[in-house]
Design a protein around this ligand. Structure first.
Ligand code: NAD
Ligand code: DAU
Length: 332
C-alpha cells in the first residue's frame, strides 16, 4: 500500500481522481487543497477516514508542502487555477498557483526524492485550424495563448527542467477537455446544463465553431493512475479520447437531451483570443501503457452528466447566482 499526496483534490478532476484511487487501489490519500472558489468539500463527502484526509493549505506554502511531501510515497499535482475566462480578468492567481505552486512542490519532491506526476493540459500547444489534418502529439511545440495556458506551459517546463537538472522522478500528462460530475458551473458543459435547470437560456460564445476534444473525467483519472504506476520517468503522455466536437453541436445535444428546442440559447460576446480547436493524438499513450477510454459514446456520457446535475442541485446551486453575475458583468 502506498500513500499518495494529491494536490487540488477538492476540485473537479482531482476529486474524481481521489474517488478513483480509493475504489481501484488500496492506497491511502492525503489531499492538499487551498479550497478556493473552485473547490467543494462536498465533492469528497463520505470517503473512508481511515484512508483519506483533507489538509487545507496552499501549494505555494513551502513549509506545508515539505511536511506533506516528506510523508508521501508519491505526489499527483492537480492544483491549479484552471479557468481561461478568469485568467483574462486577473492573471495573478494563475502565476501564483500554476508557476510558484508547481515550483514549490518540485523543490519538495527534489529534496525528498519523491515520485511526482504533473497533470497538465493540451492548451499548452496552442490551437489548430479547423481543417488541419494534424492533431497534437508529444512532439508538438508549445505555443500557449492565454494567461492560463501560458502558466500551465511554464509549469510543464519547470517539471522538465527539474527532471533533467536534478534527476527528479517525474512524469507529465497533457489531457484534453474533461466533462463529468463535480465540475464547477463556470465551465461550458455544466454552465449550460445548470442554466437550463435554473430557468435561464444557455450562452454560446461567438458562433460556436470552436472545437474541443472531450474526455470523461473518469477516463482521465484511469490514465493518470496508469501513468503513475507504469509511466517512464521524464516522459510526457498525451491523454485524449477522440472526442472532437464543436461547441454548437455540444450545446444542441444538451438541449435535446434536456427536452428543449435546439435553438433555445443566446449568442454572447466571444472570449478574447479564443483558441479555435484542440485535438489530441493519444496513440502513443494507448500503445505504451495499454490504457483505453471507457466512455467512448459522448452522448451517453453527456446524458449521465445531465442526470448528475439534475440530481445534485444542492452541490451546484449555492454558487450558481454568483457565477452568472460575474459572467453578466463581462457581457457573457
Ligand atoms: P478545478 O479548478 O476544478 O480544481 C482546481 C483545484 O485546485 C481546486 O480544488 C482549488 O481549490 C485547488 N487550488 C487552486 N489553487 C490552489 C493552491 N494555491 N493551493 C492548493 N490548492 C489550490 O480544476 P480542474 O478542472 O479539476 O483541473 C485540475 C488540473 O487538471 C489542473 O492542473 C488543470 O490544468 C488540469 N487539466 C484540466 C482539464 C479540464 O478539462 N478541466 C483538462 C486537462 C488538464
Ligand atoms: O483543453 C483542456 C482545458 O479545457 C483545460 O486545461 C481547462 O482547465 C478547462 O477549463 C478547459 O478549457 P476551455 O477554455 O476549453 O473550457 P471551457 O469550459 O471554459 O470552454 C469550453 C468551450 O466553450 C470554449 O470554446 C469556450 C466555450 N464557452 C464556454 C463557456 C463557459 C461557451 O461557448 N460558453 C460558455 O458559457
Amino acid at each position: 500500500m502506498s500513500h499518495l499526496l494529491i494536490t487540488g483534490g477538492a476540485g473537479f478532476i482531482g476529486s474524481n481522481f481521489v474517488r478513483h484511487v480509493l475504489r481501484e487501489t488500496d492506497h491511502r490519500v492525503t489531499v492538499l487543497d487551498r479550497m478556493t472558489y473552485a473547490a467543494n468539500e462536498a465533492s469528497l463527502a463520505g470517503l473512508d477516514p481511515q484512508r483519506f484526509e483533507l489538509v487545507v493549505g496552499d501549494v505555494a506554502d513551502a513549509e506545508v508542502v515539505d511536511d506533506l511531501v516528506r510523508a508521501a510515497d508519491a505526489v499527483v499535482h492537480f492544483a491549479a487555477e484552471s479557468h481561461n475566462d478568469n485568467s483574462l480578468n486577473d492573471p495573478w492567481p494563475f502565476v501564483h498557483t500554476n508557476l510558484i505552486g508547481t515550483y514549490t512542490v518540485l523543490e519538495a519532491v527534489r529534496r525528498h526524492r519523491t515520485r511526482f506526476h504533473h497533470v497538465s493540459t493540451d492548451e499548452v500547444f496552442g490551437d489548430l485550424q479547423l481543417d488541419d489534418p494534424q492533431r497534437f502529439t508529444e512532439e508538438t511545440p508549445y505555443n500557449p495563448s492565454s494567461p492560463y495556458s501560458s502558466t500551465k506551459a511554464g509549469s510543464d517546463l519547470l517539471v522538465r527542467a527539474w527532471v533533467r537538472s536534478f534527476g527528479v522522478e517525474a512524469t507529465l500528462s497533457n489531457c484534453s477537455n474533461n466533462y463529468g460530475p463535480y465540475q464547477h458551473v463556470e465551465k461550458f458543459i455544466p454552465r449550460q446544463i445548470t442554466n437550463v435547470l435554473w430557468g435561464v437560456r444557455p450562452k454560446l460564445y461567438g458562433e460556436g465553431r470552436n472545437v474541443r476534444d472531450w474526455i470523461h473525467a473518469e477516463d482521465h483519472s484511469a490514465a493518470v493512475l496508469r501513468i503513475l504506476e507504469a509511466g517512464a520517468p521524464g516522459r510526457t503522455y498525451l491523454v485524449g479520447a477522440d472526442g472532437e466536437l464543436d461547441n454548437l453541436t455540444v450545446l444542441r445535444t444538451i438541449l435535446r437531451l434536456m427536452g428543449r428546442d435546439e435553438n433555445d440559447f443566446d449568442h454572447v460576446r466571444d472570449r478574447a483570443g479564443h483558441d479555435l480547436r484542440y485535438a489530441i493524438d493519444g496513440t502513443r499513450t494507448r500503445e505504451e501503457l495499454g490504457w483505453e477510454p471507457c466512455y467512448t459514446d459522448f452522448e451517453s456520457g453527456l446524458g449521465a452528466t445531465v442526470s448528475w446535475y439534475a440530481e445534485h442541485r444542492d452541490w451546484w446551486e449555492p454558487v450558481k447566482a454568483a457565477t452568472e453575475a460575474k459572467y453578466a458583468e463581462a457581457g457573457q
